[in-house]
Design a protein. Structure first.
Length: 211
């Protein structure tokens, strides 16, 4: 039976769960947990994702992250391969690490804080390794949380610049800068941003954001 396709989107929040059932107490020792943490930090530097929460237990780990435009499959491959290679160097008897597929769930903005609170505190994590989200600022309206509010802000910005919405759509350089600004300061999906800027496709918005 073929594997079910994994649900994923660029510029999204994820809850990730990874377990290893083939090795008992995989992460019970400090040195093994540190190998995992180093793999995570290395992948974080390479793929520029935001690590929002981390919990490590004896058979695996759980984390909440924001992909920041990187493919979640590449992120997880980077973490797990790096960990497995270094783990096997210390444990020659180990053959299969993380045979099980990682589980991932896409999270909406309003689900992220709830999942972070539900995660077991990780005594092995240095707070400086984690990225913070300002939930209060968003609740106070300092970030854009819906298309209607985004359009109001866009109209105010255009009024300040003295140009029309139609003129903005024709000026691709200026349009692209505004797309990047709204992506940075909002929880809108790529499709919602595309709709805001004249019906651009998700792939078109993604290309603009990654240039």
């Amino acid at each position: 039976m073929p594997r079910q396709a994994r649900e994923k989107k660029l510029y999204s929040f994820y809850r990730i769960r990874q377990v290893c059932r083939s090795i008992e107490d995989l992460l019970a020792e400090d040195q093994d947990r540190m190998i995992l943490i180093q793999a995570l930090l290395s992948a974080k530097e390479k793929h520029n994702f935001k690590l929002l929460g981390l919990s490590i237990h004896s058979q695996g780990y759980e984390m909440v992250l924001y992909d920041n435009g990187s493919d979640i499959t590449k992120i997880m491959r980077s973490v797990n391969i790096s960990f497995a290679m270094k783990y096997k160097c210390l444990h020659e008897e180990a053959h299969h690490v993380f045979q099980e597929r990682y589980q991932s769930d896409l999270l909406d903005w309003d689900q992220v804080e709830a999942h972070l609170k539900q995660m077991e505190p990780c005594q092995f994590t240095d707070p400086t390794w984690l990225d913070a989200l300002d939930f209060e600022a968003c609740q106070e309206g300092k970030c854009i949380d819906c298309k209607r509010e985004a359009r109001r802000r866009l109209d105010r910005d255009l009024e300040g610049l003295g140009i029309s919405y139609e003129a903005l759509l024709k000026n691709k350089k200026q349009r692209n800068e505004m797309i990047k600004s709204i992506r940075k300061n909002s929880t809108l999906s790529l499709q919602e941003i595309g709709d805001l800027f004249g019906g651009l496709s998700e792939s078109a918005v993604c290309k603009i954001l990654t240039r």
